[in-house]
Design a protein around this ligand. Structure first.
Ligand SMILES: [Zn+2]
Length: 456
């Protein structure tokens, strides 16, 4: 900045500055005004004060600006307008309604601090503060608070130690002038009132530059609040979606785990099956299998024999002319010939030397001497007396024969018809015998069968 040294140039510059400050103090004109303007003012001599006794010298202390202001313009306002401290403004001379001031400008290498309206103050956020709490404490609506804090990203996040702007006078929109913008373009763009804006900022809009802050009184950031509300909603939705995604991933992990487990089980089964196959095809197993098969064939043959026996008895029982009692021959079977006994030898058993030499074709039922022996089935007595089994009784019914052996005494005679339960004789030990017992034998078509298969 050049220090003006010529009095005439100084006067023109003073007028220029005065015109710029038209909103702050009455316009003044000079005698050298162009012709079309000259007639607009009553008497230039009345308006224009005599030139002050000032000698302007080249200044070596650094860049400075000298200018005339109205009497109401404070040093503070001037200092803010040029982005300097109040101490950098000096009054060189003054008269009624005007002052000659010198403003020492910051060194060109030092960036000027961005200007901002003094009515907007900083508030340092304390732990536990919320936006709405801070707004209420300062008697502000949420929109009023947001309107001077357009850098907020969220309605909720508020960190202790950060600074909030608080409007202490006019409420309005606090904007920063960006490259390509000017205070005037912003005022016009937002439709703010020019004079009200100048008052609210204590500065002429033309004095503000890129980077400075400008309060646009009466403009409210309603849409900004809406935007933050929308952001909050979007965040909530995003969190929900995130939670859903988490759940889904948990589910996927669970499913994969389950699938892995299922495969492991499958492989385990497969291994077991293969082990089984290996065992099944082993020579040892095949020998075992052959043994089982022989056993099964043997058991099947036995079962078939029993069935044949049972069928034959039934066939015999259904012969015409036979007397049947309700209590016997149920299922084609026999009745027990003794009421009380001990089974001492089974069919085909080789328990004693005699049974090893001679096939045991019946069962031995031990009981005390004289125990009554009852007919196991209906029939006709074919023999009663000494025979193959000592003192014995044979009864015949169709193709079936029942033998009661080793009696001590018989109670029937040959040719006699007997019914089930009828006394045939008494337990004894006649014939080949080691103790009192009944030898009970059943023959079907001449073939001895196991009586236990026919007894209840
Ligand atoms: Zn016997």
């Amino acid at each position: 900045m050049t220090v003006l040294s010529d009095a005439r140039r100084s006067a023109r510059s003073l007028i220029g500055a005065a015109l710029l400050c038209a909103g702050l103090f009455p316009a003044q004109a000079s005698a050298t005004l162009p012709e079309p303007l000259a007639g607009m003012f009553t008497a230039p001599s009345d308006l224009f004060v005599p030139e002050p006794e000032v000698t302007l010298q080249p200044d070596t202390r650094g860049p400075a600006l000298q200018l005339v202001t109205g009497g109401q313009t404070t040093a503070k306002a001037l200092a803010r307008r040029y982005g300097v401290t109040a101490g950098a403004v000096r009054t060189l001379n003054s008269g009624p309604g005007w002052r000659l001031r010198e403003v020492r400008l910051p060194h060109p290498g030092v960036a000027r601090a961005p200007a901002r309206p003094t009515s907007v103050q900083g508030y340092t956020v304390r732990p536990g503060d919320t936006l709405s709490g801070v707004a209420t404490r300062h008697g502000l609506s949420m929109v009023d608070l947001l309107s001077v804090n357009l850098d907020r990203q969220s309605l909720d996040t508020l960190r202790a130690g950060e600074t909030l702007n608080i409007p202490t006078r006019e409420r309005g929109l606090l904007v920063r002038i960006k490259p390509g913008q000017s205070a005037l373009s912003l005022i016009a763009g937002y439709g703010a009132d020019l004079v009200a804006t100048a008052r609210a900022n204590d500065v002429l809009p033309t004095e503000l530059h890129v980077g400075d802050e400008l309060l646009l009184p009466g403009i409210r950031a309603e849409s900004f609040r809406q935007q933050l509300l929308a952001a909050r909603e979007a965040e909530r939705r995003a969190q929900l979606a995130y939670a859903r995604q988490q759940k889904y991933e948990e589910y996927l992990a669970w499913q994969q785990d389950r699938e892995r487990q299922r495969l492991q089980e499958k492989y385990a089964r497969q291994e077991k099956y293969e082990a089984y196959l290996a065992w099944k095809n082993s020579p040892e197993r095949q020998r075992q299998q052959a043994a089982y098969e022989r056993q099964a064939r043997y058991e099947a043959a036995q079962a078939a024999a029993r069935q044949r026996t049972s069928a034959a008895v039934q066939q015999g029982a259904s012969l015409p002319g036979r007397v049947q009692t309700a209590s016997t021959n149920r299922m084609g079977g026999l009745a027990w010939p003794l009421r009380s006994f001990t089974l001492t030898s089974r069919f085909a058993e080789r328990d004693i030397a005699f049974h090893r030499e001679v096939f045991h074709g019946g069962i031995d039922l031990a009981a005390p001497f004289g125990t009554p022996i009852y007919a196991a089935s209906d029939g006709t007595v074919s023999a009663s007396g000494y025979g193959a089994f000592g003192l014995n009784v044979w009864t015949v019914n169709g193709t079936s024969t029942v033998i009661y052996g080793h009696m001590s005494r018989t109670a029937v005679v040959p040719g006699q018809t007997v019914h089930t339960g009828q006394v045939l004789g008494y337990v004894g030990c006649t014939g080949v015998c080691t103790g009192p017992h009944l030898h009970f034998e059943v023959r079907l078509g001449g073939q001895a069968v196991d009586p236990l298969a026919l007894l209840p």
